[in-house]
Design a protein around this ligand. Structure first.
Ligand code: ADP
Length: 463
């Protein structure tokens, strides 16, 4: 899983939860408001109905008093009760009526209106009046009972919604808690633990345990970091192994000239008589040659270190490329007795602006390889030519050659073609250093080779 996916999933989950909870609360609040308004209206209507009942009874009582003794205070009280009846009827009419109570209200309204209409006359019969009062009172009682029943139902509904919103809030809180715990658990599993393991692997590596590797788990990004760290650690281990190999190989290569030196110097010990002049000269020449060989090997090593550190500075001067090629061939001619070293030079000088020591180093490497990788002997040909604005120096051999697939990798550091690595010792750094030197001169090295038939390495430099 990617970090982005985890973050998006957690955010979406929490947002959905928050949205769900908010919608639940809004819905229940709206519902509650509706029911509370309904209850409020019922309470107001109940008040109107009870007032209607009170004033109906009061009107009836005062009407009876007026019938008995036509006193003005009774007439006033009766008329006041009548006015109150009309007023509370108006008030009741203003209340919203539900579908269930509409017919009951209309009946009560009709009864009150009829009662009021009958009692406009000054005099009336007492018996008829009682019936009307009872009917009107009974209609009002029915209306009251209907409204109270509605109030009870509304109250029940409010209770239910309250219970439901309690359940919703508890559920939302539970889900929120579960969501947060799940997100924390995922963070711990996919981020925190893998990070700790990578950190531990880095610490172990830093403390010198070079086989320390980070476990590849958790988020994709962390897995990629772990893979990159492991690859880096493996590459460093491989490089270390190669460096140790180079050290061993250098020590081994140095041992030969040093052994020769030691042997020759042994012959010149003070307790022994000096050999005659001719032998002495040849011994001194040998000492000089072996010391030069050691010096060249160490210089090559230092050059490689310099090139690796990017500190290759060139001391340019203009030299005849023919001379450089000739010097290198002459250097190898005495030792390469099994090979036929050929040199093909143009008649005219071939001026080349270069660092001659470095270019000789490149040519040395190409000629040494040509000799080394043609163990059965044969011709090694060095050809100098001017091609347009370039100088080319080609070194050809008829040795083991290089397979097409391996030719692409020849200039990689430490690369050795499998076909030739068993033929002669080496560490795979010579061509790498040679190409860096050629490139520092603005040039290149080209290869043509056929496995089993030989190779040609051509150094091309701007003149
Ligand atoms: P080294 O010779 O020390 O291994 P180099 O960098 O000089 O290192 O050469 C790299 C590899 O290229 C050699 O190991 C060998 O496989 C191949 N190679 C170089 N020159 C030749 C050649 N003339 N013929 C065949 N193979 C060659």
């Amino acid at each position: 899983m990617k970090l982005k996916t985890l973050a998006a999933a957690s955010t979406a989950w929490l947002a959905a939860l928050a949205l769900l909870t908010a919608s639940g609360f809004t819905l229940s609040a709206t519902y509650m408001t509706r029911e509370v308004t309904c209850l409020f209206n019922i309470v107001r209507e109940v008040r109107s109905i009870t007032q209607l009942e009170v004033h109906l009874l009061s009107h009836e009582r005062e009407s009876a008093r007026v019938a008995l003794a036509h006193l003005p205070e009774h007439v006033g009280a009766r008329d006041a009760a009548r006015r109150e009846l009309s007023r509370w009827l108006e008030d009741a009419r203003e209340q919203p009526v539900t579908a269930e109570s509409a017919s009951v209200f209309e009946e009560a309204e009709r009864e009150i209106e009829r009662y009021l209409a009958t009692h406009t006359q000054e005099h009336r019969q007492a018996g008829a009046s009682h019936d009307e009062v009872d009917r009107t009172f009974a209609a009002l009682e029915r209306l009251l009972a209907t409204r109270l029943a509605e109030a009870r139902i509304a109250r029940q509904r409010v209770d239910e919604v309250h219970r439901l919103s309690e359940i919703v809030s508890l559920g939302a809180a539970g889900m929120l808690l579960a969501g947060v715990l799940l997100a924390l658990w995922q963070l711990r599993r996919c981020v925190y633990r893998p990070l700790l393991s990578i950190r531990a692997a880095i610490d172990r590596y830093g403390a010198g345990s070079h086989d320390a590797r980070a476990p590849q788990g958790g988020l994709d990004e962390l897995r990629e970091i772990a893979v990159a760290f492991n690859e880096m650690a493996a590459a460093l281990a491989e490089q270390r192994k190669r460096q140790l190999g180079i050290l061993a190989s250098v020590a081994h290569d140095l041992r030969n000239p040093l052994a020769a030196l030691k042997l020759t110097v042994d012959g010149l010990r003070p307790d022994r008589p000096l050999p005659h002049e001719e032998r002495l000269r040849s011994m001194l020449t040998r000492i000089g040659k072996e010391a030069a060989r050691c010096d060249r090997m160490l210089t090559d090593l230092m050059d490689i270190a310099r090139i690796e550190g990017g500190e290759l500075d060139l001391r340019r001067e203009t030299r005849d490329a023919r001379e450089l090629a000739r010097d290198v061939v002459e250097l190898y001619r005495p030792t390469a007795t099994a090979h036929e070293l050929g040199l093909s030079l143009p008649d005219e000088p071939v001026p080349l602006c270069c660092d001659p020591i470095r270019i000789e180093q490149v040519l040395n490497n190409l000629v040494a390889n040509a000799i080394k990788y043609s163990p059965a002997g044969g011709a090694v040909q060095v050809t100098v030519a001017r091609v347009g604005a370039e100088v080319s120096i080609a070194v050809s051999d008829r040795g083991v050659g290089i397979a097409a697939d391996d030719q692409r990798r020849l200039f990689e550091r430490y690369f050795r073609a499998p076909s030739s690595s068993g033929v002669a010792p080496g560490v795979g750094l010579g061509l790498w250093a040679a190409l860096r030197i050629a490139e520092a001169h603005g040039g290149r090295i080209e290869v043509t080779s056929t496995a089993g038939r030989g190779s040609t390495f051509t150094l091309r430099l701007p003149s």
